[in-house]
Design a protein around this ligand. Structure first.
Ligand code: C2E
Ligand code: MG
Ligand code: MG
Length: 663
């Protein structure tokens, strides 16, 4: 391994342009530069020492007969030995074994060692000079010059040292040469000086290039490191949930995708955990309490050792991955334990917040992220639906339901509404007077012309496939054309989807459809459920107000279920409230249902709204509803939904014998 500076040492200043040091050693804090120079030396020095050895041996050989032994054997032997050991010392293989501290010492001491060696060689060569004639002296000229040049070339890391070295060889040798009467002395001295000067200039350029290159390499490495760090930081931020510190949706889904790429047997178990009652905590104790709950839950999930990874998908929903080699019983046991841990009360602001988690489990069979998520979601939905079970599992039966749903979605996407949609009408009756006051238009869809599907099977499809506007327009137009209830003094109720009422152009669009179909606005009642209001209360309220100004009437449908809020009733431009049929179902046996209905009736009276109860199926329910102050009713007891022809025929009869009871 090549000696590298310790990572803890500062290698470089950040970014700014630095002055080029005249010598690497002038910038001794730059360890990386010294290490690079060491590597460079290890590739050159052994060769240069070989040149020295050859020169020494040549000179000793040619003076062997004329000079004394100490000059031709012992001293050259010492030089050759010293140069050989230095050559071996600097060989790349040996160099790589040394630590950086030693390399730094070697680089620092090299100019000193080099100068001493060069000076000793010069002195030795000059000592031989007197023992030779012109020929041998020429060899000395040559050897001294080579030594000088080699020294300069060896010192490229430090031009200042190269000059010192050149001077320490050139000055004594030039003086010595000039003092003798060798015929070549002048050209030799001039040549030696000129070449040395040129070499020093070249060396300086070389040195500058080397340092420049190394510094830019360092800059580049630093920038790469910084951008890698930044990228790592961004990656970390992009995949972390800022609130809980767990992975966020992006992070956990990326990991999930990665796990799904494994062979089938090792594909993970996916569990979705959703908190029950989280909204209540948020609404009651504020968002800080909600945040505390989410953090605590994330932490608790992280404490279950069997869990491979987890992340927050959004809101109060967490995704959990379990190893694919766990068996079904093991996964169930772990999830039951998790549900138990999650249900421990959470301390917040001196209170203990109770929360419960529902978990949907799915054994991932294929490699598609959204397919697996959808299946786990089905399992979660099952867990939520079953009151006393925290865990739901995706089963083969669910797979079948999902397939059916998909195939019906496909069929619906290309359905021809004109021929496949029909409208049936259910009377709303005045139970006191015993006659119909309005008909509610209810959509039916038949993909095959045989079986007619109820709206619960396809309204959602229409919304998700973006065909709801088309469907509403079709139902509204059909209803207005075939059931002209206003011709008989009755109203026609039309259901609108949340999406219809949240359209920017809702009011002019609906009014345009009604006008085209030829219906009087004051005989048309639009029914909306509270879902529309929950999504965007302001826009829904604005559009309803516009419709009302145009003369239409508005009914709040399915009132009393799920998201009901009294403030909606108070602030919305309403004409009717329709009490949800679940209250009628329980009206005979449930005191609280009766109490709620009584409250709604009182509220409607105060707000001067008409109150209608839906789902009256028996005479007993009708009587109780009447006793609670309700007059307007709808339900199978009076009539199931019927065709337009039946509806019109019913109300065309003399009063008291209208459409009630028709199937
Ligand atoms: P809704 O507006 O509350 O309509 C009443 C639903 O209750 C109808 O179901 C009706 O058949 C049913 N119903 C009436 N009386 C009784 C009863 O005594 N017992 C029971 N068990 N059920 C009764 P349907 O036709 O299946 O419609 C379901 C929902 O679909 C409607 O509830 C309405 O919200 C929606 N819907 C119907 N037609 C359309 C439409 O054209 N557009 C939109 N956007 N939604 C529609
Ligand atoms: Mg309705
Ligand atoms: Mg309803």
């Amino acid at each position: 391994m090549s000696p590298e500076p310790s990572a803890a040492r500062p290698v470089d200043d950040a970014g700014a342009k630095r002055p080029m040091p005249d010598s690497i050693l002038a910038d001794e804090s730059n360890d990386a530069l010294i290490a690079a120079y060491g590597t460079n030396l290890a590739n050159r020095l052994p060769m240069l020492y070989c040149v020295v050895i050859v020169n020494v041996l040549m000179l000793a050989f040619f003076f062997r007969d004329t000079a004394p032994h100490y000059l031709t054997i012992w001293l050259p032997a010492c030089f050759a030995l010293a140069a050989s050991s230095r050559a071996i010392y600097w060989m790349p293989a040996n160099y790589r074994r040394r630590g950086f501290a030693q390399v730094k010492r070697d680089v620092v001491w090299l100019p000193v060692a080099g100068t001493v060696l060069a000076l000793s060689l010069t002195v030795w060569a000059l000592a031989l000079y007197n023992y030779g004639g012109d020929m041998r002296q020429a060899l000395v000229h040559y050897i001294v010059a080579i030594t000088c040049f080699t020294g300069i070339l060896g010192m490229t890391h430090s031009p200042a040292t190269a000059i010192t070295m050149a001077l320490s060889v050139m000055v004594p040798s030039s003086v010595a040469f000039l003092m003798h009467d060798n015929p070549n002395r002048y050209p030799i001295v001039v040549l030696q000086i000129v070449v040395s000067v040129l070499l020093i200039i070249i060396t300086r350029g070389h040195h500058r290039d080397f340092v420049g290159l190394e510094l830019s390499r360092q800059d580049l490495a630093r920038r790469e490191r910084e951008s890698a760090e930044r990228a790592g930081h961004h990656q970390e931020q992009a995949t972390r949930d800022a609130l809980t510190g767990a992975m966020n949706r992006r992070g956990i889904l990326a990991l999930f995708e990665d796990r799904l790429a494994r062979p089938q047997a090792l594909r993970p178990w996916l569990a979705l955990l959703d908190l029950d009652g989280f909204k209540l905590i948020n609404d009651t104790y504020g968002h800080a309490a909600g945040d505390a709950v989410l953090c605590a839950v994330a932490e608790r999930i992280g404490q279950v050792p069997e869990i491979d990874a987890h992340g927050r998908l959004g809101g109060d929903e967490f995704a959990i991955l379990l190893p694919g080699d766990m068996n079904h019983g093991g996964v169930r046991a772990v999830m039951e334990r998790l549900a138990e841990i999650v249900s421990h009360p959470i301390a917040f602001d001196g209170r203990m917040l109770a929360i419960r988690g529902s978990i949907g489990i799915h054994r991932c069979a294929d490699s598609n992220v959204s397919e697996n998520l959808e299946r786990a979601d089905v399992a979660l939905y099952k867990a939520k639906e079953t009151r006393n079970a925290a865990i739901g599992e995706f089963t083969a039966a669910d797979e079948q339901v999902m397939r059916d749903k998909r195939s019906i979605t496909r069929v619906f996407t290309s359905a021809d509404f004109e021929s496949q949609l029909a409208v049936v009408y259910q009377p709303i009756v005045d139970s006191g007077k015993g006659h119909t006051v309005a008909f509610e238009a209810l959509a039916r869809w038949s993909p095959d012309g045989v079986e007619w599907l109820p709206p619960t099977d396809f309204i959602h499809l229409a919304e998700t496939t973006g065909r709801i506007g088309e469907l509403t327009a079709m139902i509204l137009t059909k209803a207005l054309r075939e059931c002209r209830a206003w011709d008989h003094g009755r109203c026609l109720n039309i259901n609108l989807s949340a999406r219809d009422i949240l359209r920017e152009d809702a009011a002019p669009w609906i009014a345009g459809l009604v006008e085209a179909a030829g219906g009087p606005p004051d005989r048309i009642v639009f029914e909306i459920t509270e879902t529309a209001l929950v999504n965007d209360y302001r826009r829904a309220a604005d559009n309803l107000a516009k419709l009302r100004r145009m003369g239409f009437r508005i009914a709040l449908d399915d009132f009393g279920t799920g998201q009901s809020s009294l403030s909606h009733v108070n602030n919305l431009p309403l004409d009717h409230i329709k009490v949800d049929q679940s209250f009628a179902r329980d009206i005979a046996r449930s005191h609280s249902s009766r109490a709620i209905i009584g409250t709604i009736v009182a509220l409607a009276r105060q707000l001067k709204l008409e109150c209608i109860i839906e789902g009256i199926e028996t005479p007993e329910q009708q009587v109780i509803a009447q006793s609670l102050g309700l007059r307007l009713m709808q339900g199978y007891h009076f009539s199931r939904p019927i065709s337009a022809a039946q509806a019109i025929a019913g109300i065309a009869l003399p009063a008291g014998t209208d459409s009630r009871g028709a199937a």
